[in-house]
Design a protein around this ligand. Sequence first.
Ligand SMILES: *Cc1c(COP(=O)(O)O)cnc(C)c1O
Length: 394
Amino acid sequence: MIPRLKPAINAAELLAALRPDGLDEIRLFEEDFAQLMGQKHAVAFPYGRTGLIYLLTALGLKGKEIICPAYTCVVVPHAIVYSGSTPVFIDCAPDGFNMDLDLAGKSITGNTGAIVATSIFGYPVDLDRIKAIQEKHPQIKIIQDCAHSFAAEWKGRPVQKQGEAAIFGLNISKLLTSIFGGMVTTDSDKLYHDLKQLRDRHLTVSDWKKTLRRLLYFLSLYPTFWEPLYGLVNRLERSGILNHFTQYYDDAKIDMPDDYRLQMSSLEAKIGRCNIHKYRKILAARRVAAKIYFTGLPNLPEFQLPPEIDGATYSHFVVQVPDRKQWMEYGLKKGIQLGQLIEYNIPEMESYGSHPRGSYPLSAKYSRSTINLPVYGGEEVAKSVVRIVKKHIQ
Ligand SMILES: *Cc1c(COP(=O)(O)O)cnc(C)c1O
């Protein structure tokens, strides 16, 4: 079975997890992360969403309108609400999955505090348009959501540096992982100090119970991604037993995990720091896989390939198909687990006011019609996938 995702964890992460803690593991992880992103500072959080809550707070944005994509991870508007602000949703641009920045510009009001510019699936957000918005509205803060786009580049410029700060998610489905965890990076000394002070004042220091929970989760993951066992795990997932790993939202509720204010554990920092060393390889494997898909697969109305963009990380390779369920079942029969991310249109959710169908047409369309081909495995996995997928198209 070819799984839909596979974190780059192996014996190195296992050894890192099991070695005794050094003096300041979290600070070391932050320093290495900031260096990888070419930024002055990084601040670690238990989740990316917690980082966003405190970033909005540090920027003094309580009670503001925060512009964000309609087609993004639901934890983003949740964090905006938790920070005391209101999300304003924007549909995707006609030429891709990212938010329509013209629409975003038109939605700015006197009470807009920030724009969460997301490079979804690793497609770099258009930095020239972001810059134009910054010049026209200097009071509005730009926050880069880089959860899918660690160091993606727009015309050679890294997306994370264009704005006040960038947020990253580090769970096992992301490009880099510390098992759970999140980061905020910035080049501003003042924002760094404010953010760190807020974190240390409002978040509880991790305890042995959290460390033990994370260690057990990590140890259970470890064999899960071992090839011979993956078929079994997939059966478990389908039967619903593993739902608590994968189903992280409830349509009607705006909430956070119980431990969203319990700081990152040093265990996670040790694993994350180890994972950083692999980033160049992780990114290269995805770009190779994407290239093989672009050259090996047909681009048809019933199998529509995503845009090919230099500088994208291809955290997900997203294809539009008329019947997603049929594709996913075919994949399972042939030994490939296809993903379906992002499978919801946030403004349609009950918790966000159930906007009428049709008000976010592209986000709605993508939420119902996309599948993800596996990208973590470079050439080898991508070639097997091409062979199997082509049979179903012809
Ligand atoms: C994963 C993700 C985040 C952060 O998620 P956490 O689970 O809170 O770490 C933020 N934005 C997007 C687009 C994501 O996919």
